[in-house]
Design a protein around this ligand. Structure first.
Ligand SMILES: Cc1cc2nc3c(=O)[nH]c(=O)nc-3n(C[C@H](O)[C@H](O)[C@H](O)COP(=O)(O)OP(=O)(O)OC[C@H]3O[C@@H](n4cnc5c(N)ncnc54)[C@H](O)[C@@H]3O)c2cc1C
Length: 361
């Protein structure tokens, strides 16, 4: 049987980041993948690893805990950590590497390649894997969420949490496209078109691109909307920067919207392409388009999983029920918006437990 002080379950963003602060002889990273695949595909292969502005307001979950964790290791600290990565780019306040391989090269570590099956505790923890048992004094669950199964995601983290008596908030797809009800099927005819819009969802407002697709709507504004949407209606302003002036020009000539969008919109709502002066109904509808999405594109397309191990039952990310059992990264019930917030959470939560006095030996 392999013996280690710290068994880190999952060698993705959070597990690898934690390992980078530890002495190699003190931990064992266990993963069934050789490469951290989510990290590899993140940010379209360029890994949006943090944001210029990070606050608890960019996250869904326990704001007090998020603040503590971010205060302990902020976006500035992440930038400092990755300072030797060349050709970083900042776009819309998001920091990207020129390739996610650069981030992986900096973080990657030797790992024990095996499927994690379960964890038990006697005097020590025993991690059962497909390649035998691992005995450890501490266990860190860093096995991520369940979206993108094809990249190696499993629900093992939730299973381990439940086994030790923890509650797990139902996992749901987030940062994902939204599907449409019949009344909005006209949008499906706009596949490939994108435009800038404002979307209001719950008490959040996102001003960014919407991309129409044959399945529904996606793009940054929609992905962020999916994080906060809980059924019910959302409000779209398709003319967020349009200052309504009196004009005899027709809608299709005067409005700053793609022609195809206007044609489909007017057709779907039995409206005519009239001069702006006589188009109050159409303009009002375009500025306050209320509708309820049908659902979302599902876990296969979701960048993250919202829900996860309940933070009420964690004390500084350590289990309140089982000493020396920690949870970090996406497996925890804290989810960030689009823009580097999820990787920031992974890095900050990993650093947080490394820093906590309970983790010290
Ligand atoms: C397409 C896509 C793009 C994204 N882009 C961004 C972005 O640009 N910026 C951003 O901030 N976030 C982005 N994210 C989200 C971000 O990648 C994740 O939130 C982050 O990687 C989660 O890190 P983690 O360490 O919690 O889990 P993961 O990185 O998912 O790591 C978990 C590890 O556990 C392993 N594992 C799971 N189950 C088992 C098992 N049973 N046995 C053995 N090993 C197991 C997995 O192989 C994996 O290596 C993106 C996600 C996706 C899918």
């Amino acid at each position: 049987m392999i013996k280690t002080d710290i068994a880190i379950l999952g060698a993705g963003a959070s597990g690898l980041f934690l390992a980078s602060f530890l002495n190699e002889k003190d931990y064992l990273l266990i993963d069934h993948n050789q490469i951290p695949l989510k990290l590899k595909v993140s940010g379209g292969g360029k890994c949006n690893f943090t944001n210029e502005f990070v606050s608890p307001e960019n996250y869904l979950g326990d704001k007090e805990l998020i603040k503590k964790v971010l205060d302990n290791f902020s976006n500035r600290d992440v930038l400092r950590f990755f300072r030797d990565i060349k050709n970083k780019k900042i776009k819309n306040n998001q920091y990207f590497a020129s390739s996610s391989n650069e981030i992986i090269k900096k973080l990657n570590k030797k790992k024990f390649l095996a499927e994690i099956l379960s964890v038990e505790k006697d005097d020590n923890f025993i991690v059962h894997t497909s390649k035998g048992d691992v005995k450890a004094n501490k266990v860190v669950v860093a096995t991520g969420g369940i979206s993108y199964k094809k990249l190696g995601a499993t629900d093992i983290g939730y299973k381990i949490a439940k086994h030790f008596g923890h509650s797990v908030t139902a996992p749901l797809p987030a940062l994902v496209g939204l599907s449409l009800q019949k009344e909005q099927f006209w949008m499906k005819n706009l596949s490939g078109i994108s435009l800038k819009a404002k979307i209001e969802v719950e008490d959040k407002l996102f001003f960014d691109n919407i991309l129409f697709s044959h399945r529904g709507i996606t793009g940054p504004a929609v992905l962020n909307t999916s994080l906060y949407w809980k059924k019910g209606k959302i409000k779209c302003d398709f003319l967020p920067e349009y200052d309504i002036k009196k004009s005899n020009k027709t809608i299709s000539n005067a409005l700053p919207l793609p022609k195809r969008f206007i044609v489909e919109f007017l057709k779907a709502h039995n409206l005519k392409d009239m001069p702006i002066n006589h188009s109050h109904k159409a303009i009002n509808l375009l500025k306050n388009y209320l509708f309820a999405p049908a659902g979302n594109f599902g876990f296969d397309k979701a960048e993250v999983t919202k829900g996860g191990v309940d933070t009420d039952e964690l004390d500084n990310l350590e289990s309140k029920f089982v000493k020396n059992l920690f949870f970090i990264g996406e497996v925890v019930n804290i989810t960030g918006e689009l823009g580097g917030y999820n990787l920031q959470w992974c890095f900050s939560s990993a650093k947080y437990i490394e820093h906590s006095k309970n983790f010290a030996y």
